[in-house]
Design a protein around this ligand. Sequence first.
Ligand code: ADP
Length: 361
Amino acid sequence: MTGSPYLRIRSVQKSYKGSVALHDIDLDVEQGAFVSLLGPSGCGKSTLLQILAGLLEPDRGQIQLDGADITNLPPWRRNIGLVFQNYALFPHLSIRQNVRFGLDMLGMGRVEAEKRVDESLEMVGLDPSLSRRPGELSGGQQQRVAIARAIAIRPRLLLMDEPLSNLDAVLRHKVRLELRELHDRTGITTIMVTHDQAEALATSDRIAVMQSGRILQYEAPETLYGAPATAFIAGFVGSPPANLLPLTASGPDNWTLADGQVWQPAAVLAPKANGAQSGRACLIALRPETLTIGTSGDGGLPARVAAVEFNGGDRLVHAETGGTRITVRIAASQAIASPDILLFPPQQAPVLFDATTGTRL
Ligand code: ADP
């Protein structure tokens, strides 16, 4: 092991007409990993992906792939597969000709190219004997053709920009699973841009969460979910996301909520909230499934049920306490007998953020 990552992005910066799209991006990707760039619209995900593809030039910084500096290589010399949201297929070419396109560009012989086309179409679950043109296929099939075209060249890197966004909800779910399975079969190092946190959590080995041209956190999905680095991430990742409650530590066992109510999670929460000095304004992140609902007992926060959503396997209870709304996930079998409930905090150490900066305490 050299310890050197397969893809290494160093100090990459990019501005458009003086407005900064990427500040100073560092990112390492291991060979064979599936990585997502996740963030709201405009955070710089596509800009970074296009720089990796060679479609955009960074203002500063360096990109190394497999030990070689590719920062100034033109796209066609990078051996990178690209998949876009709108499929970008050639409408006048047949399915097979679309998949063969990149192989012809590489000057591959006819027999070998045809074999690769067969393999690639089979790999994405399409019939290689398809003679139709892209316009005659459904959106899901067109995206499979685009993916087959991208992997046919056996790329060193597969880059996908919102590949599932044009598909309906059911298909999106199906194809995202297929993408992960395809990745596992081919072992191609993959980077996917998405604004959909569920998509990123479901497919990726690691997720780089971006906001305003910066990477806030780059971790495995489980870490991102359980130990978000900022309040923004806690409120962005998860469906529904974590409850973010403004609190002031008013004593070792007392938490004062924004509306002045005192919550006394006592033994459970307060002693573990290290770093949160008395009087400091904090945000506490509480995942909906870590809270419990009861009607009696010590340390419960009185709340009133505003709405209950039935989701099949579980229910989401939206409760109000003072001015704050808290969502709790309970089993579908659990009955809510009265709208007046008590909310009990989780047993594990809480995740706390500074209320002003949003950074983890
Ligand atoms: P994302 O993919 O996360 O939605 P983008 O990388 O497309 O974000 O855009 C990042 C920022 O750069 C945004 O503020 C966007 O408006 C701006 N931007 C993107 N492309 C251009 C362009 N060609 N000209 C000017 N500004 C651009």
